[in-house]
Design a protein around this ligand. Structure first.
Ligand SMILES: [Cu+2]
Length: 478
């Protein structure tokens, strides 16, 4: 890697000078007039079951031609013909059955990111579905896990390609007893970015090319930023209205630093559902695969337009940092309508109780070292077990990033709690399945494997890193 990195450094320095005319930058933000479309939520999967507390849906992954960028057709991979895929909307306690068909020309899986489920339904690379094959994914939604999740393919070494081609969708798990007032509307904000060639095709440069090398190093990014598959859409809010935004990062490598100009947001949830108490935030750092739920209040005068922006965040190593990384990018417009003001709603001071996992019960401390492209000095081997444990065990994982770029950690199957970052105690309790580990830093998490024995994945969620082996296997024995 290091020789290649040096080579890349030279190439990037020279490519930076040439960048403005690069054909890979051909499609940027298209003409503004075409952009102001409503940030309509993606369609929802239709429940075909008549049984109580049962959700039965059909998902087919296949090829499609879609206008992702207005005025340009792209060949994509799509769930039920849509990018993003239709939203899976379920309730705690529901039994969920997904009849899945793979109409793609390559093997795939569906991973239900963040959902606590039997290992056979996790859609890890250990359970591929061949072209033309079908598979039923099945799980019961655990009480206490209401929140925002997402689903995407997780095939061996092809995850970045398959998601980049268009395979990603949201999952909303609703609570039996949500403490937030029912009058608060919720809006999905599913973030993604992509890169296109002039003919509209999605740009996946050859692995051995200079751009392919930069993608492998950085994690593939693109200049076109999408919210729910739309470029710079408009969302509306009534004066005084409070909206619940469910924000998910489905990008391959981009880490978002979100800011709603002039507004604070009230964070109420993270990956595994609600926090104990709302937290006022000015900006949100959202790593790949991560989710956050925030309340946004319409405090502006009718007709006011504000922008949700992505502020610069330096997750990169200096060698391959994009030339324009310091550019602030617009994601969506929030427009205050001239409708009559909404009566104020009271936000509860306490959302729920999260019981901290007991560090004195930990039976092992695992050391996980993120190097460039490797975990603990090894590349992924599906035949190897990297961490072996058993159902019921509580463990502390000490995750250290020894290199000069961020690596986001993801654990399949089990939500964890963050204990501390660089020795600084986590300020509040939350259930997490994603944790950004910034360059040259470390964090400690605690996890309990309550049930569901089997072989689970843990990995860096920069898709290019994961595909190139930055992944390990956790075996939870019965
Ligand atoms: Cu990584």
């Amino acid at each position: 890697m290091s020789n290649r990195l040096m080579l890349l450094t030279v190439l990037v320095l020279s490519s930076t000078l040439l960048a403005p005319s690069s054909p890979r930058e051909a499609i940027r933000a298209p003409v503004t007039a075409r952009l102001n479309r409503d940030a309509a939520d993606p369609p929802k999967l239709v429940n075909v079951s008549k049984k109580p507390k049962t959700v039965e849906v059909n998902i087919t992954a296949g090829l499609a031609q879609l206008e992702l960028v207005p005025g340009t057709k792209s060949e994509v991979f799509a769930y039920n013909g849509h990018v993003p895929g239709p939203t899976l909307d379920v309730r705690e306690g529901d039994h969920v059955i997904i009849h899945f068909r793979n109409n793609l020309p390559e093997p795939t899986t569906v991973h239900w990111h963040g959902i606590h489920l039997p290992v056979e339904s996790d859609g890890s690379p250990l359970y591929p579905i061949a072209p033309g094959e079908t598979h039923d994914y099945e799980f019961t939604v655990r009480p206490g896990t209401a929140g925002t999740y997402w689903y995407h393919p997780h095939p061996d070494r092809r995850t970045g390609f398959a998601i980049g081609k268009g395979l990603y969708g949201a999952i909303i798990v609703r609570a039996a007893d949500d403490p937030l007032p029912k009058s608060i509307p919720d809006r999905l904000i599913l973030l993604s970015d992509n890169r296109f060639l002039q003919d509209g095709s999605i740009d996946f440069p050859a692995a051995e090319s200079m751009h392919g090398g930069i993608d492998e190093e950085n994690g593939r990014e693109g200049p076109v930023l999408f919210v729910n598959g739309r470029v710079m859409p408009t969302m509306k809010i009534r004066p005084g209205e409070v909206q619940r935004w469910r924000i998910a990062n489905a990008s391959a490598g981009r880490i978002y630093r979100l800011s709603l100009a002039g507004h604070t947001m009230l964070q109420v949830g993270s990956d595994g559902g609600l926090l104990e108490k709302p937290v006022e935030v000015k900006e949100i750092l959202l790593t790949t695969g991560e989710r956050v739920e925030v309340l946004v209040r319409g405090t502006d005068a009718p007709g006011t337009r504000v922008t949700l922006q992505n502020l610069p965040y330096d997750r990169y190593s200096p060698q391959t940092r994009p030339a324009d990384w310091q550019t602030t990018r617009d994601l969506l417009t929030l427009e205050t309508t001239s409708e009559r003001p909404v009566n104020p709603v009271a936000i509860p001071a306490t959302l729920r109780k999260i019981i901290p996992l007991d560090t004195s019960k930990a039976t092992a401390v695992r050391t996980i070292v993120f190097g460039q492209g490797m975990i603990n000095g090894k590349h992924m081997d599906m035949g190897r077990v990297d961490v072996s444990t058993h159902v019921g065990a509580t463990e502390i994982w000490e995750i250290t990033n020894i290199v000069g770029m961020d690596h986001p950690f993801h654990l399949h199957g089990f939500q964890f709690q963050v204990l501390d970052r660089d020795g600084v105690r986590e300020p509040y309790l939350a259930w997490k399945d994603m944790l950004n580990i910034p360059k040259h830093s470390s964090a400690r998490i605690i996890v309990r494997y309550d049930d569901y024995p089997g072989k689970w994945m843990f990995h860096c969620h920069i898709l290019d890193h994961e595909d190139h082996g930055m992944m390990g296997v956790l075996e939870v024995k019965p």
